[in-house]
Structure formats: structure tokens, C-alpha cells
Design a binder for this molecule. Structure first.
Ligand SMILES: [Zn+2]
Length: 277
């Protein structure tokens, strides 16, 4: 409810929420009236889309039985919550190999995806690309393609692209053309109908550094050029664009939302000028 109110106050049209504390396993159960209240808030607009971010602790690739059980239980719970509140999807970081061989790890993620989809109704599961730190899975488009396949290829499996993670994992998306090439690959291998939201963060660390360090827009390595390219990419049109370095200070939040809108305009104008030439 608070996230919704804050979203309205900040003039957002999409919000991302945690269905519970993101760094704890203990689920928060939303009571029926809470769900009804949330749904009625969404009905009236102006927020058109809500996406749930799953708990950070989840590792769908783990071999550890206890950890796997907790991960799957938590993700199933988030998906059922997504069903209940009519979310556009649940975003999850696929997990980490923890030094186990990659192919078997990917398979375990695939099985986990099948299981959690089986335990929920219709909410989408959105795999987020990662910065590629340690053994994290989802650093390349190939890994994301493979996970969609191994998860059974259901229409409910989608992708969330985070531009900060893209840069950190080695995609040079700091120009319209650079991002365009990556999206050509995405489009031809996976199809745009798998893409359901984007995360808009600047990166405190450089291209290919494989670290996950969000920065305020446009103070990081993506900067004005990279972020204006990302926010104006035609294939992202109509997708929820979610800022994640937000929530600490209302004034800063307002400024960040305004900056995102300004950078989008800037990118659109640049693309238009180029098309005219
Ligand atoms: Zn993200």
C-alpha cells in the first residue's frame, strides 16, 4: 500500500514491490483485505503495472536440499502473491553455481522453474540478467535463452533486463547502436514477447567488471548517453521501466524519476534526428 502511495506521489506509472523483506526467508502473509485494497488501488490508476521482486536469498541452482527447499517455497509464494494482486510478473535472479558445473546448475534452475510454475496459477516468472559476479547465472543472453528452454518454455517464463547488470556483465550498451545489437540478438533468439520489464539503474562500476553496484541516474558508467539510449530503445516501448536505487529520500526519488523522464526524451529526440538524416 505504501509503495503504491509513494508511486503515485512520485508520478510513476509502474512500481516494483517486495512481497516481503527481501533479505529474510520468513514470508509476510498478505491478508485477504490487504489484497482487495491493493487491487482496488490499482483499478483506479494511475499506476498501471506492479512487478514483484523475489527475495534476494533465493538460489534456484543450489544442490543443498535445505536451501533449495527454502528457495522454491519462497518463489512459489511470491508467484501466488503475484496471482492474487494481478502483478505483471515476479522478478528473480536465477541463482549461482557456487562452483558447481554450469550445465548441471542450469538444469537445476530449469527444474525449479517448472516446479514453481506448477505451484502457481498464471503470474509470470521474469528471469533477471545478472552482473556476473562469482558464479551467478544469467550473465549472458545465451544463459537466459537456455533457462527459458530448460524451464519448459512456458509462456509464463519471461525476462527482465537490468541495464546496470548488462554493462557490468560486458554488454557495451552505451550507444543506441550498441544496445540495438544486443536487442537484435535477444529478438531473434528469444523473441520480444519474452521481455516484460526493464530495470533502470546506473552502474557504479565499469563495463565488464562483473560487480553489481547500482548508481544514481546519470552519475555512473552508463551516464547520460547510455541511459538515454536504454530509455528510448523502441523495443522497450510500453514496458514497465523500474528504478531500483530509490526509496531512501523522497526528494532524491522525485529527482530520479524526473531524470529518467528527461533522459528518455533526450534519447527519443536523438533517434528522431538520426532517422531524419
Ligand atoms: Zn535489477
Amino acid at each position: 500500500m505504501k509503495a503504491h502511495a509513494r508511486g503515485v506521489e512520485l508520478d510513476c506509472d509502474a512500481i516494483q514491490i517486495f512481497n516481503q523483506s527481501p533479505r529474510m526467508w520468513k514470508p509476510t502473509s498478505w491478508k485477504e483485505p490487504d489484497i482487495d485494497e491493493f487491487r482496488s488501488l490499482m483499478d483506479g490508476g494511475p499506476i498501471e503495472s506492479v512487478v514483484i521482486h523475489a527475495v534476494y536469498l533465493i538460489n534456484l541452482a543450489t544442490k543443498d536440499r535445505e536451501m533449495r527447499k527454502k528457495s522454491l517455497t519462497s518463489l512459489s509464494h511470491a508467484l501466488r502473491m503475484g496471482d492474487a494482486i494481478g502483478a505483471d510478473g515476479v522478478v528473480v535472479h536465477p541463482g549461482s553455481t557456487l562452483k558447481e558445473p554450469l550445465p548441471a546448475s542450469l538444469k537445476r534452475v530449469g527444474q525449479a522453474i517448472k516446479q514453481v510454475l506448477g505451484e502457481s496459477e498464471s503470474c509470470r516468472l521474469l528471469l533477471e540478467n545478472t552482473a556476473g559476479a562469482g558464479g551467478t547465472i544469467g550473465r549472458s543472453l545465451e544463459e537466459l535463452y537456455e533457462l527459458v528452454d530448460l524451464g519448459g518454455g512456458s509462456k509464463r517464463i519471461g525476462v527482465c533486463l537490468d541495464c546496470c547488470h548488462m554493462l557490468a556483465s560486458g554488454f557495451d550498451i552505451r550507444t543506441d547502436a550498441g544496445l540495438g545489437q544486443v536487442m537484435d540478438d535477444f529478438e531473434s533468439h528469444l523473441g520480444l514477447d519474452r521481455l516484460h520489464c526493464v530495470h533502470v539503474n546506473d552502474s557504479a562500476v565499469p563495463l565488464g567488471s562483473n560487480r553489481d553496484r547500482h548508481e544514481y541516474l546519470p552519475d555512473g558508467e552508463l551516464g547520460e548517453a547510455g541511459l538515454s539510449a536504454f530509455l528510448s530503445e523502441p523495443r522497450f516501448e510500453k514496458l514497465p521501466a523500474l528504478l531500483e536505487k530509490i526509496g531512501d529520500d523522497p526528494d532524491k526519488d522525485r529527482e530520479q524519476v524526473a531524470t529518467a523522464r528527461r533522459l528518455r526524451k533526450k534519447g527519443l529526440a536523438r533517434r528522431k534526428r538520426r532517422a531524419r538524416r
